[in-house]
Design a protein around this ligand. Sequence first.
Ligand SMILES: [Zn+2]
Ligand SMILES: [Zn+2]
Length: 241
Amino acid sequence: MKFWDLLYPPRCPLCGEILSLKEGKVHQACYRKLLRVREPLCKRCGKPLTPGAGEQREWCMDCLRSRHRHGKSFDQGRVLWLYSGDIQKSILDYKYKGMKSYTDFYAEEAVNRWGRWIRSKNPQMLIPVPLHPRKKRIRGYNQAELLAKSIGKRMEIPVGTDVLYRKRWTEPQKAVSGQERRHNLAKSMEIRHLPENLRRVLLIDDIYTTGSTMEACAGILKKNGVEEVCFLALCIGYGNG
Ligand SMILES: [Zn+2]
Ligand SMILES: [Zn+2]
């Protein structure tokens, strides 16, 4: 055991309890409860499709609805888990309670599950979805950036933390329409330092919901010459994000 572990004993990244030495990096019981996304997945955003209603389609409703915008948006994405149960609290603690130590677990899981898919997309750079600087100052870090760095290190892919910039304070906009929200988000994304010849990018974030944020990031990248934009997110949530 390292000295550091005595000061900050490792916690289960799912339930937050302190782990005993023999329990390793995560409680097996907590791990088994994780809700992994299962096929069939939306061919575009990676969200599980809900068969039943005689659905034979390959895309989810959100992607179908937004298909007229696809050329200017992301090309494909993958997620690991449904945003429900323990992982919900885990991610909230990760973002708001300083549990940066969960990064390793998340990144390892991301690479195990989607490493081959990431390779097949051959991104030249991983780009974390930016936080507004004020939010970043309050939290002290951008969780998407921690994730991107950890995944990038494991897969030896460069990480660009100063490519995208979020310039406006965007409050959660529950009241405004989807279209307005997209418009506001798009206006809030800015390119800071675009590496030359950047053609293929993988965006990284913790949660993907309706895709508006991802669309805004992808939109500005494509406007600036990036040809293929994919994303990887830990969780798929449902609602207004
Ligand atoms: Zn646990
Ligand atoms: Zn979709």
